[in-house]
Design a protein around this ligand. Structure first.
Ligand code: HEC
Ligand code: HEC
Length: 233
């Protein structure tokens, strides 16, 4: 029916309106596809056999922001990615590509020519997982550390582990050695529904916590050492 109205508008000479309607139809189709597309692409990337040497070439684009060892920036505007678990990296890249996670820079980068196929994603993720980044040079103030550690052990430790190493086999993110400002922003984004996949599972865990407790958890995780990455299968 919409296609018919587009034709009608074109015939009647209302070209701008016809174009607008077409754009609307296309954007509807794109958003209807995203979640399904994302899970197909994620499974394809998991099934690929990664080639870290090819990944090294792709990573040149990423290093411009994340640094050659994947250690990001101390102010937390760019996260540590080096040594993150392989499946967790794949998940994030797929999510940025399909509007399941939002950041204008990462959405742009993850749709570049070098990041088109599931193989590309696997290659670069394997390289990043094998990096050993330097630890953060900036921590929190230390004031809220005790309450942060208490909350972390009560609510997060069972999945993320005592020092925040996560678990690649279970797709649980490594949080250890992450910049505190970045972590704090993620906690707030989760509660304010800006990270759809994470918000579902993490909102009940984070909602209701005091600002100081969130800062304390971020501070604690910035002080634990990130272990060397497990290399992709
Ligand atoms: C222009 C700067 C820039 C470039 C280039 C860039 N990134 Fe990022 N990256 C960011 C920022 C900023 C974030 C945090 C975005 C957010 O808050 O969601 C991020 C987040 C990520 C994350 C999620 C980290 C986490 O802890 O969940 C991954 C994975 C990632 N980038 C991988 C890559 C890869 C792979 C490349 C190269 C193909 C790349 N990035 C290139 C700026 C950049
Ligand atoms: C039931 C298991 C489970 C518990 C409990 C849990 N998490 Fe997670 N967490 C996960 C999984 C799985 C992921 C990866 C999800 C994804 O890739 O979208 C994750 C991802 C994250 C991330 C995103 C990392 C990044 O780099 O973007 C943050 C931050 C996080 N968790 C913080 C916490 C905190 C803080 C707590 C405690 C208040 C907690 N989690 C408790 C399973 C858990």
């Amino acid at each position: 029916m919409v296609t018919m109205s587009v034709r009608y508008l074109v015939r009647r000479g209302f070209l701008p309106m016809a174009l607008m309607l077409t754009a609307l139809m296309l954007s509807r189709q794109a958003s209807a596809d995203t979640a399904a597309d994302a899970s197909v692409e994620y499974r394809a990337a998991l099934a690929a056999v990664p080639d870290a040497r090819r990944g090294d070439q792709i990573f040149a684009t990423c290093a411009a922001c994340h640094g050659v060892d994947g250690s990001g920036l101390p102010d937390g505007s760019i996260p540590v990615i080096g040594s993150q678990h392989y499946p967790v990296l794949l998940r994030q890249l797929v999510d940025y590509r399909h509007a399941e996670r939002w950041d204008i820079r990462m959405e742009h980068v993850s749709r570049l020519q070098v990041m088109q196929t599931p193989q590309d994603l696997a290659d670069v993720a394997a390289l990043i997982a094998s990096l050993q980044p330097m630890g953060p040079t900036v921590h929190g103030s230390g004031e809220a550390l005790t309450s942060g550690v208490t909350v972390y052990f009560e609510r997060c430790q069972a999945c993320h582990g005592a020092t925040g190493q996560g678990d690649g086999d279970r797709g649980i993110a490594r949080l250890a050695g992450q910049h505190p400002e970045y972590l704090l922003r993620q906690f707030i984004d989760v509660v304010e529904s800006r990270r759809p996949r994470l918000s579902k599972t993490h909102t009940p865990l984070l909602r209701g916590l005091q600002r100081a407790e969130l800062e304390g958890m971020a501070d604690y995780l910035s002080r634990t050492r990130r272990s060397r990455g497990d290399v992709a299968p």
